[in-house]
Design a protein around this ligand. Sequence first.
Ligand SMILES: [Fe+2]
Length: 510
Amino acid sequence: MRQTDSRRRFLAQTGAWAGLTALNPCERVLGAPKFAANPFSLGVASGDSTADGVVLWTRLALDPVAGGGMAPEAVAVDYRVAADEKFGNVVRRGKATASPDLAHSVHVELTGLKPGSWYYYQFSAGGWESPVARTRTAPETAGRLRFAFASCQHYETGYYTAYQHMAEEDLDLVIHLGDYIYEGGISKDRPRRHNSAEIVSLNDYRNRYALYKTDELLQRVHQRFPWIVTWDDHEVDNDYANDHPEDGMDRGAFLERRAGAYQAYYEHMPLRRSSLPKGSNMQLYRRLRYGNLGEIFVLDTRQYRSKKPCGGGLGAICPESTAAGQSILGAAQRRWLLEGLEKSAGKWNLVANQVMMAWLDRKPGPEMGYSMDKWTGYAGELKAVMEYLAAKKVKNFVALTGDIHSNWAADLKVDFARPDSRTVGVEFVGTSISSSGDGEDGQDKEQSARAENPHIRFHNQQRGYVSCTAAKDRLQADYRVVPYVSKPGAPLRTRASFVVEDGRAGMEKA
Ligand SMILES: [Fe+2]
């Protein structure tokens, strides 16, 4: 029997944990535990690269989907970082603490690395080693940036075949736009099953992240590239807005739920300490620089937004959506975004966004069907942002969007109600990794969507992701799709490609 197991059993039997923790919880770090099972069951990750550093992440979990299975004491985790895959040239070694307060997650913020460089890293703890993974610092100057963006990976509705293909791409980074997990309970007739009701508590959210993160294809993409992550609604509750839940939970209970959900998000993502949650609040919007080539504005359009207007469904752009104070960003984030865009020194202004910006009337004919959960529910603020881009001559504004489990490409207009108004940027909406199941090509639906919405350039309803190359003179977006996710192994196809030329708002078919 391993030392830790016998010790855990003894302590569990005698109930001595409470006494030990009460003595001095901060100083009890188990330096040399031995684990009977691999504690790196959730893989590793890295993210939020700067020119001289990156965040490394892992979480120790012996029994991942049942609370983690770790004893309630801190564990020392070793890490090493090398310039080569075989660890011949180790540039950093260190120790981090996996604390039970944060579900034995580890967030290491490296500094002092070389810009624009690949690094390899590995954790070890309790006699086990994590997989070797690689990551990359941001460059100071760069000729091109290759990245993919993805969203909506409902575990139950399909396999992560899109990630299998993404792992084979030549990328500098991956951007995830939200719905990394879904909070819902068991549904019938799904390709993959879990065993839980709708999640509410911190422990529930931890188990749900753990379930998703046991997926080998998802782990593979985290091992290959650094990620930049943001959340949408399902990391907490479908369609929530700030402190307004989807259904009738009271505000206090919902904020408690949100606090647990935000904490579990932090615990499972390669985020900096600046994002450590404080109660039911968490700082997630942030800006990352990619040398002279781009700035990435990462938005949080859930935590601060006003309540959905006009009943919250599909309808006309109503007066409430343009009322003063109706905001999807909140005042502080809006100020931060606009100031950042005005001062941006990057060639491309990439905006990692959740819900669609471009107006999208989903009802044919004179009837109007705009979603009040998207930026159209906050149409006054959307117009103010678009007008700001025009007034301040912000160049190369590229919104990267998720949420609606379908591919769209759209020109962004100062006034979407007037097709002849100025184009100030573009929006690429990427489909889901697996959410909504197999899907279909949907060419007929593209026709009707374009008839209702002249600024729409493309639509498709299959699963996949978008792969982008930003260079000095142009940015290209390639929509990659898989024909099915109900069983593994689907091939990948590039369904459409669009190009944005430097300094020219709007897109052309590549
Ligand atoms: Fe989704």
